[in-house]
Design a protein around this ligand. Structure first.
Ligand code: NAD
Length: 419
């Protein structure tokens, strides 16, 4: 059925989000034509010799949605469900996200359709290096700067940086961000997304007059973004009552010991079975009555079907695109406060920008410096978005998109980029 197919497609969601914000901005058709669609789309084949000796072919992508405000910037995802449309959607959101936090980058994204959980380190390294050489014409510190995303990490970035540098003959740390500290990474980058999520939740709680201390929270996805956000919320006195990852969901109404859970997840790779918790259905986590829901896994977690049952007052989108447009409308109608992804999870790209600045200057900052600057950027962006939300009486997602899209439109007009 077409309706189901369209609803599942993240790129359709990205285009729908764009149209709603562009309508609210009163953007003319010529400007829409110039900024709505990706500037460059590259599909590559990545042949990899597997450990058993045979060659396996992977499909992979790099998309540059916009370079109007600076080099393209965006993560690389390794996941079995990666498609070109998903990468285009994620690249589009990166453009508006960089503009929302007002950093001088455009949007990009990359991905390989693969199952990294069933690949060895050697296979992952060979695949990453081959992919890097395939997208080499697009990337570079002044052109397009990849970073980690789902199932990629600082090791992946080190392999990309090394492969890129080998072709140039000298070390170029600024080609990727999210690198290990010893290779020019930034202090605070690893926890930046979760920390940014935390700052925006602080702002939302202040705005709604909900004390964060004692607030009840459910977190879907316990990777980089979800676990760090949970840790900081736990430290601030909030009660994390449920957590899930791809292996299952756990629940304790009195609150889960997050530092211990992070420790167990690092040792076993799972949250399921954590002592003192009871297992619940992963879908039930989204429906728990609580103050804050943090979807921190993948797109389309909340759909038309389950949106009516979501029990949280605030939804903080740590993941990209976790709410489908129909779900948005249902939640909006019942008065939920949504911190949209392009604002909520922008801490990652903000500290990526700090890392790139430090690499370019060969001068590195202390962790507290990074945190202070990040807090300022996130809280300023929240203030800018909430102002549009209140002044223009539009939902938070449309307000964030209006801010991002408006800044890109302004850049295009000031540059005079016309056909
Ligand atoms: P990650 O690989 O570190 O973690 C992903 C987590 O989601 C894992 O715990 C995995 O088990 C879990 N997961 C997967 N499928 C699930 C499911 N169906 N139900 C529950 N949990 C599930 O990835 P990450 O970097 O934390 O990214 C998570 C989300 O945050 C993605 O949408 C990503 O695009 C977004 N994001 C990440 C960053 C970053 O800097 N890492 C920045 C911005 C946005």
């Amino acid at each position: 059925m077409l309706a189901t197919k369209l609803a599942d497609n993240a790129y359709d969601v990205a285009l729908e989000n764009f149209d709603s914000a562009a309508d609210a901005l009163g953007l003319d058709n010529d400007t829409r034509e110039m900024i709505k669609f990706p500037e460059r789309v590259l599909t590559v084949t990545v042949p990899v010799r597997m450990d058993d000796g045979h060659i396996r072919r992977f499909e992979a992508y790099r998309v540059q949605h916009s370079t109007a405000r600076g080099p393209a910037k965006g993560g690389i995802r390794f996941h079995p469900q990666v498609t070109l449309d998903e990468v285009k959607a994620l690249a589009t959101w990166m453009t508006w996200k960089c503009a929302v936090v007002n950093i001088p980058f455009g949007g990009g994204k990359g991905g390989i359709t693969c199952d990294p959980k069933h690949m060895s380190q050697g296979e992952l390294e060979r695949m990453t290096r081959r992919y890097t050489s395939a997208i080499l014409p697009l990337i570079g510190p002044q052109q397009d700067i990849p970073a980690p995303d789902v199932y990629t990490n600082s090791q992946t970035m080190a392999w990309i940086m090394d492969t890129y540098s080998m072709t140039k003959g000298y070390t170029i740390p600024g080609v990727v961000t999210g690198k290990p500290i010893s290779l020019g990474g930034s202090l605070g980058r690893n926890e930046a997304t979760g920390r940014g999520v935390f700052y925006t939740i602080q702002c939302a709680c202040e705005h709604l007059d909900i004390p964060l201390k004692g607030a009840t929270i459910a977190v879907q996805g316990f990777g980089n973004a979800g676990s760090i956000a949970a840790q900081l919320l736990h430290e601030a006195g909030a009660r994390i009552i449920a957590v899930s990852d791809s292996t299952g969901a756990i629940y304790n109404r009195d609150g889960i010991d997050i530092p211990e859970l992070i420790h167990m997840k690092a040792l076993t790779g799972r949250v399921y079975g954590f002592p003192g918790t009871e297992p619940i259905e992963p879908g039930a986590l989204l429906e728990l009555k609580c103050d804050i829901l943090v979807p921190a896994a993948l797109e389309n977690a909340v759909t038309r079907e389950n949106a009516g049952k979501v029990g949280a007052r605030i939804i903080a989108e740590a993941a990209n695109g976790p709410l489908m447009p129909a779900a948005d409308r249902i939640l909006e109608a019942r008065g939920a406060f949504i911190i949209p992804d392009i604002l909520c999870n922008a801490g990652g790209v903000t500290v990526s920008y700090f890392e790139w600045v430090q690499d370019e200057q060969h001068l590195f900052w202390e962790a507290q410096d990074v945190y202070n600057r990040l807090e300022k950027v996130m809280k300023t962006a929240f203030r800018d978005v909430i102002k549009i939300h209140i002044d223009r009486k539009v939902p938070m997602r449309i307000a964030a998109n209006m801010l991002g899209i408006g800044r890109v439109a302004e850049a295009i007009h000031l540059r005079g980029i016309y056909p």
